[in-house]
Write a protein that binds this ligand. Sequence first.
Ligand code: ADP
Length: 275
Amino acid sequence: MRAAGTNDSRVLFMHENVTPLLSVEGVTLRYRTKDHLVTATYRVSFDVYRSDRFVIVGPSGCGKSTLLKAVGGYMEAVEGEIRLNGRKIEKPGPDRVMVFQEFDQLLPWKTVKENVVFALTASGRLEKKAAQDKAMHYIDKVNLSDFADSLPHTLSGGMKQRVAIARGMAMEPDVLLMDEPFAALDALTRAKMQEELLQLWEDTRFTVLFVTHSIPEAVRIGSRILLLTPHPGQVRAELNSDGVDDEGSDGKRLSQRIEELLFDEEPLKGRTAHV
Ligand code: ADP
């Protein structure tokens, strides 16, 4: 792997001779409503490599969630192809696990531990004892061991999101899909959760595809950032943000550049969008 450039931290990393884990190629996604067709994304392409913290950022309605749904296997592309480990994605699978924004993604009648164990045993991949051990391992990673026997309604929003993340990670998917997972949290909790996610990544180097409309969040979380244009989402640019300190001068420059690119009114004219 080498950086395609010298001292510019925003350059794209070139992954030479490395097969992407996830490859999205020319993907157009469309909804058919009663009266018309809504094109959510238009010919979007990007590659995600193992251990990337790949962030998709763009204004509301540009198709970020729709892209994640398609990677999850819940929606078929009308044009283009999505491949994971070289195989075309055709349906949902345990190799991709989604964490949503909503706090009610846990089963309310099951405890924290039971929620995670259930996800592990339901797919038939693990016996109960092995599932319990693995569940506690990941519950501990998100600092909720003391709450393993609590029911979701007794937890704060941030704690419920931690459980959802622990559950997702316990399934050890090839790629963890996160759709604005911290958007409904207050600012302080959100900042704390971002920090914890980065810490978890330091521990386990999982691959995450993370969607947000927040530029500061993208700069904080991402090692690579894909910018989409407003509706219908097309690739505006792809930036390398690995090692950028979001609170330092590099981070501020990067945020400013993203803002300029996102609000750039110039049409794309089919140009290469790598920056
Ligand atoms: P984002 O996640 O970037 O906010 P979405 O992926 O939710 O954007 O939506 C992209 C576009 O697709 C928007 O124009 C939205 O209105 C439209 N859309 C999303 N879901 C549906 C749906 N179920 N039916 C019809 N149109 C939809």
